[in-house]
Design a protein around this ligand. Structure first.
Ligand code: AP5
Length: 210
């Protein structure tokens, strides 16, 4: 079992790229953000514990996240590894992951802070299949209709507002960015310029995985 980590600040394009490279890698995408939002929606114990942190743009405690991942890797589709999107986000989480699966590549999608608010505040996604779009940079071909599944049910995330994005960026710089050196020292860290066209970024990620 060997897994991939997609790393980067909020709005860097981790989810967008994960959806594009999952077919090539054959590894299922695991987004801790999506798992937490589902838990909040379903009113589970995890969701109730996580909601306040998410609304405030803070990281959810490591113990909650690590339990989610330990459960996820028990599912049959995890047998050949997973593609983690937004996990790990702290050294504690990375150390726990190292006891769960080998990580072959950490792909860091780098985007300057100055571009992040615009990206996140223009994001919307399909409520049916989860495909991610942007008002300006990546709109649906037909307004209001999902390119992937044809649904007309589009949604915006509760934490996609300027105040919360700035908190999420603070959390990234203080708690998550130190992981770059941690993974770099292991020789598996690949930096990708994420401030370019979506297709170019996908091409470079696939090259770095070969
Ligand atoms: P999470 O859901 O993981 O959010 P995030 O890391 O803040 O990342 P995003 O999902 O906002 O961005 P993305 O990089 O996937 O970008 P996307 O592809 O959508 O986490 C949410 C919260 O959950 C956290 O704040 C925390 O509370 C909690 N949490 C989750 N995991 C946790 C963990 N491990 N530990 C502790 N807490 C955790 O793209 C963004 C927009 O830009 C889209 O509209 C897209 O169309 C557009 N776009 C994409 N690429 C480009 C491009 N190249 N050019 C122009 N636009 C682009």
């Amino acid at each position: 079992m060997s897994s991939i980590v997609l790393f980067g600040p909020p709005g860097a394009g981790k989810g967008t790229q994960a959806a594009r490279i999952t077919e090539s890698t054959g590894l299922p995408q695991v987004s801790t953000g999506d798992m937490l939002r589902a838990a909040v929606k379903n009113g589970t114990k995890t969701g109730i514990a996580a909601k306040g942190y998410m609304d405030a743009g803070k990281l959810v405690p490591d113990s909650i996240i690590i339990d989610l991942i330990r459960d996820r890797v028990k599912e049959p589709d995890a047998v050949n590894g997973l593609m983690f999107d937004g996990f790990p986000r702290t050294i504690n989480q990375a150390e726990a992951l190292a006891t769960i699966t080998e990580v072959s590549h950490v792909i860091a999608i780098e985007v300057p802070d100055s571009k992040i608010v615009e990206r996140i505040c223009g994001r919307y996604s399909c409520a049916s299949c989860g495909a991610v779009f942007h008002d300006v940079f990546n709109p649906t071909t037909v307004q209001g209709v999902c390119d992937e599944c044809g649904s007309t049910d589009m949604k915006r995330r509760a934490d996609d507002n300027e105040a919360t994005v700035n908190q999420r960026l603070n959390a990234y710089h203080q708690q998550t960015s130190p992981l770059a050196d941690w993974y770099d020292s292991k020789g598996i860290f690949h930096r990708i310029d994420g401030d370019r066209a979506i297709d170019e970024i996908t091409g470079d990620i696939l090259k770095s995985l070969n």
